[in-house]
Write a protein that binds this ligand. Structure first.
Ligand code: FES
Length: 367
């Protein structure tokens, strides 16, 4: 690896001369991958050190990224890139380990739930083995802890616990400096990811309280109630961090609002793209992909990323849910509606995210 680092600049220069691209060195990846997959340049290779079974449908993958990876802040996400049957796939997952594990041992973990029918998550669970190499993007996302740490209420549902796990583990190493409460909603105790670890953390830190609430057996899913919030000391002085299914997030937002928690104190992240009810809006329209000299008619609430892909284009993207900004591109004219907020853009030039932008009338893009 050191040898490669030493020759990276000349390789970059040669790549630029040959391919006229800043990342021209990535053109040598097929060769480097054969010599040593940890030398690949297009993404940061990360070797799977260990795979730990968390629950029947969740595994934690312990990864050792190559040393050029730049690290992360607790609560951030990464894209991982894997090749399945000769086709590369990229998916976004939250890091679940403490930042200390990275700083001290050069390791990170991803805790991944198997999704029914999910091509990549099923492959990761069934095919990925210790010793294999996957590609890792740099970390991204702004679901970050306040600095200095203030009192916090975490509300998590299902696998939405993963970024919060990273935050709690990081705080546990650094020492809790303010009261922290976690309300964690799971189907039943067998589906509580890191349930025992969370209980142990709470047992050894006086300022941390953890409540695992099961939803199974209720006639309606029992997510969050006003009584849960009423039991939190000094609720309005706390920063609130939400991650879970859309139903829980929406309910939490409404209940917190009713209890007078300021919007600026509420931080949320998603593990699937949330949907705003856009039925009443007049969506769809002709999309012009100017650089590709292509015009496509779209109807309904398909986002521009899907419209482009259906037309045979391959725009850069990562998470497909509005987090990573890898799909950002320039809209030169036309109106788009943001799928997350329901807000319409102005009609002129703008930078938009393809994966969450739905055309409302004719739109022209610089791709
Ligand atoms: S693909 Fe991540 S924001 Fe669009």
């Amino acid at each position: 690896m050191l040898a490669l680092q030493k020759h990276r600049a000349p390789l970059q220069w040669l790549g630029r001369q040959l391919f006229n691209r800043d990342d021209g060195v990535a053109f040598f990846d097929p060769l480097l991958e054969r010599i040593n997959p940890m030398w690949v340049q297009e993404y940061t290779p990360a070797r799977v050190q260990r795979i730990i079974r968390d629950t029947a449908d969740t595994r934690t993958f312990v990864l050792k990224p190559a040393r050029r990876w730049q690290g992360f802040a607790a609560g951030q996400h990464v894209n991982i890139c894997v090749e399945i049957d000769g086709v590369r796939h990229q998916r976004t997952f939250s890091l679940s380990s403490s930042t200390t594990l990275w700083h001290e041992q050069g390791l990170v973990t991803l805790t991944i739930k198997r999704l029914p029918g999910g091509r990549v998550t099923n492959w990761l669970h069934d095919q990925l083995k210790a010793g294999a190499v996957v590609g890792l993007s740099e970390a991204f996302g702004d679901f970050l802890l306040p600095e200095p740490i203030r009192p916090i209420l975490f509300i998590a549902g299902g696998s939405g616990i993963t970024p919060i796990l990273s935050q709690l583990k990081t705080m546990a190493v650094q020492g809790f400096r303010a009261p922290v409460t976690l309300l964690y909603f799971v189907r039943d105790h067998d589906h509580a990811i890191a349930g025992e670890h969370l209980e142990n953390l709470a047992a050894s830190h006086d300022l941390l309280s953890v409540k695992v609430i099961t939803t199974q057996g209720s006639s309606e899913p029992r997510y969050l109630t006003d009584a849960d919030l009423g039991a939190i000391t000094d609720l309005r002085s706390r920063d609130v961090y939400l991650c879970g299914p859309q139903g829980l997030m929406t309910l939490a937002g409404e209940l917190l609002d009713a209890r007078g928690v300021e919007r600026e104190k509420i931080h949320s992240t998603y593990f699937a793209a949330p949907q705003t009810d856009l039925c009443s809006q007049d969506l769809g329209g002709k999309v012009r992909f100017a650089r590709s000299n292509l015009d496509v008619d779209s109807t309904g609430d398909a986002p521009l990323l899907e419209i482009a892909e259906a037309a045979g284009l391959t725009p850069q993207h990562g998470c497909r849910m509005g987090i990573c900004h890898q799909c950002s591109c320039r809209k030169t004219s036309g109106t788009v509606v943001n799928r997350l907020t329901g807000q319409a853009s102005g009609p002129g030039e703008d930078t938009i995210q393809l994966c969450i932008s739905i055309p409302q009338g004719p739109v022209a893009l610089d791709i």
